[in-house]
Design a binder for this molecule. Structure first.
Ligand SMILES: Cc1ncc(COP(=O)(O)O)c(C=O)c1O
Length: 464
């Protein structure tokens, strides 16, 4: 009887092994069938779109502008180039430098354009007419698992944030996540709303969004230091925005108050700052805008420690827009694959070299001036590049030093430079922020205009 039993067990185990190896082998066959052999594909329906994309990308625009697939069409049916400052005409061939202003007001990160042109083949995306029509991915969520996996890998390669054991939520840019963060952290008790604060000079959208959404659970209270000096902070519910590096001045900042914090890390990337260590905060917000330069794609993500805070973030995103566009997620995935190619350093190397080159050109102009000064920069060790280096902020935070120059923006405007006034950041108008993430053409023009302004220093400059 025992002998028959052993025989039966042997037969069953052999059968199980055969079954498992067939499935394993079958699985492999299926995988190799699914694995794309790109060289064997005959292009069909994507040919027309690819030809259109390449033809338009190849339009020279006289080297002083860009044309896009969705650019305006002239009455004659010609695509109209979008020109850099001081250039005009359908092909940007008309140069009108006299009296023309350089616009350094916004934060458009056009300086990354050449990197993406160098990586044109790997970063292009073709989206079929039927790409993910539904609201949900197969796994029943609105966030791509593959994209989340790449974001986690990115942080471990760059070493700028801890993501193990943390939750990730996608948003329409960092902007949406800043507002989701207030909702998620705000007091549940409407009779004592949370006090939302930031430290001057701060990114104006913190204030604009908090006031605009006008929730019962929170109030915008302005500057941390002023509030601290006027209030007994004990027992008060506080939510503090900590922007590190800061917009406008690029400083690595710390919280002023002892409350809940929202770390805005839009600029915590090696092109702008040495990365001393991975950030490990309760709520950290990142974005594609200043990292890869894809501000127009409108994509950001939050890294969150606490499950209940994460659940509230998710709820906000679900109620606000049922998740982020699948087309956007696809494009971001493609871009991150390029960023992570090889040792994952090429984009950061490009960005850092460009930014340090720009700072090296700005510094001598300001060193010749007693009237205008720039923010101070302190070197520190960057673990990513394994070197000690200076920060290379996205913005020049210009100060007009003369006592009478109370409106620095007006003085720069008289020199044909448009910046963003200090009061936008709730600081004095003695300061003005200049974007230095613009195109090469525009940056050269900015240098020229600043040089002219400084050379006029001893003459009187007409303010507007
Ligand atoms: C500090 C800071 N946070 C957030 C944002 C907005 O980022 P996004 O374009 O991802 O919405 C910006 C944009 O300039 C910023 O400077």
């Amino acid at each position: 009887m025992k002998k028959y039993c052993y025989g039966f067990v042997l037969i069953v185990s052999v059968a199980i092994n055969i079954f498992l190896s067939i499935n394993l082998y079958g699985g492999r066959v299926q995988y190799s069938e699914k694995k794309l052999m790109l060289q064997d594909v005959d292009l069909g329906w994507s040919k027309k779109a690819a030809a259109e994309a390449e033809a338009i990308a190849a339009m020279p625009c006289s080297g002083h502008g860009r044309a896009f697939v969705d650019s305006l069409i002239s009455e004659g049916g010609q695509l109209i180039c979008e020109c850099y400052d001081c250039y005009s005409g359908n092909d940007c061939s008309v140069y009108s430098p006299v009296g023309c202003t350089v616009d350094a007001k916004s934060g458009d990160p056009i300086f990354m354009e050449p990197f993406w042109m160098q990586n044109a083949e790997n970063s292009a995306v073709v989206i079929s007419g039927w790409h993910r029509l539904g609201y949900w991915y197969d796994h029943g969520d609105t966030m791509s698992i593959e994209l989340e996996r790449h974001i986690r890998k990115l942080h471990s390669v760059v070493g700028n944030a801890v993501t193990e054991g943390r939750y990730v939520v996608f948003g329409i840019g960092a902007m949406q996540l800043l507002s989701a963060a207030i909702y998620a952290l705000a007091s549940e008790n409407a009779s004592s709303p949370s006090n939302v604060l930031a430290t001057i000079p701060y990114y104006p959208m913190f204030e604009h969004q908090t006031v605009f959404f006008n929730g019962k659970a929170f109030n915008f209270e302005g500057d941390t230091k002023t509030w601290q000096s006027k209030n007994d902070t004990d027992g008060k519910d506080v939510i503090e925005f900590v922007t590190s590096p800061n917009n406008p001045d690029g400083a690595l900042t710390e919280p002023v108050l002892k409350g809940k914090t929202i770390y805005d890390h839009a600029y915590y990337w090696p092109h702008y700052t040495p990365i001393p260590s991975p950030s490990d905060q309760e709520v950290m917000i990142f974005s594609m805008s200043k990292f890869t330069g894809h501000a127009g794609t409108r994509f950001g993500w939050a890294v969150i420690k606490d499950k209940s805070v994460y659940d509230k973030f998710l709820q906000y995103i679900q109620f606000a827009d049922l998740g982020i566009s699948k087309d956007t997620q696809l494009r971001v995935l493609k871009l991150l694959k390029v960023v992570l190619e090889g040792d994952g350093k090429s984009l950061f190397q490009y960005g850092y070299e460009k930014m340090s080159d720009r700072w090296e050109k700005l510094i001598p102009i300001f060193s010749n001036s007693k009237r205008f000064s720039l923010q101070k920069r302190q070197p520190s060790h960057c673990n990513f590049f394994n070197q000690t280096r200076l920060p290379t902020p996205a913005y020049a935070w210009v100060k007009c030093e003369r006592p009478e120059d109370l409106d620095c923006g007006a003085i720069l405007a008289a020199g044909n430079i448009i910046g963003s006034p200090g009061s936008n950041f709730r600081d004095k108008d003695r300061y003005t922020r200049l974007n230095i993430l613009m195109s090469e053409d525009d940056f050269e023009l900015l240098l020229q205009r600043l040089t002219e302004l400084v050379s006029l220093e001893n003459n009187s400059i007409q303010t507007m």
